[in-house]
Design a protein. Sequence first.
Length: 288
Amino acid sequence: MAFTEQQPEKHCWVCFATERDDPGSEWVSPCRCRGCTKWIHQSCLQRWLDEKQKGNGGGAVSCPQCGTEYQITFPKTGPVVYFLQQVDQALSRISPFAAVGVVVGTVYWSAVTYGAVTVMQVVGHKKGLMLMERADPLFLLMGLPTIPVLLVLGKMIRWEDAVVRLLQRYCCKGTLPPGSRRYLSRLPADGLGAGDHLSVSRTLCGALVFPSIAGLVGRLLFRRMSSSLQRTLLGGVAFVLVKGVLKVYFKQQQCLIQARRNILNFPESSGDAASRAADEDTEDSGTE
């Protein structure tokens, strides 16, 4: 007598329907799973793939249970669709590099424009235009972008911090109480609670605004000089010195404030004081 092995009833692990619930559906077993997760409706799997791929029809998707990558086949396409598909893929690969090129080009030409404006600001509008008209175009294209770069690099030289450290070492200790062993804190950051992003933004803005401030200070303090270049240079030096002195004084005072700070004892409540007194009495009686 021959026994025929019965096939287990198919269950879809997405919609939980069985073969009897929907006998006309197309079933597929796309991975190594067995048991209740072996079978799934073709339509349910297509809908689940769309959710996982999120519009990227060529993306690989694997079974969440066994990790098997689903083997997906596509129908043959015509030459026009194939050509458009290749163009779309090429554009997807090229677009990141093109975007980087556009950003770099924008930054470069912004630096060139800023350098030209700075030259006219420093030496005067007419004289600056004459200098740039007579100069070699290659020299202008290479030299003008270096102006904002040099300004930013110059702004990054923090000579005021070196002066504050010298004052900390030789002068601040004399202002503390005699015999005090106070800890001298490190130099405070620029700005209240300044982080890295704030420091970078302050450095960049300060460097780019410096030529305008130097020209303004030069016109206010050295208006008798006929040369715009000399006025701007002297105005820049005066601004840097005055700003540096004020910054050194401010940071030194901040260091002194930090050195004179006190950390208070934790305030005890009446219950804490009573429990501590009881513990001390217990320790005294134990020692006796």
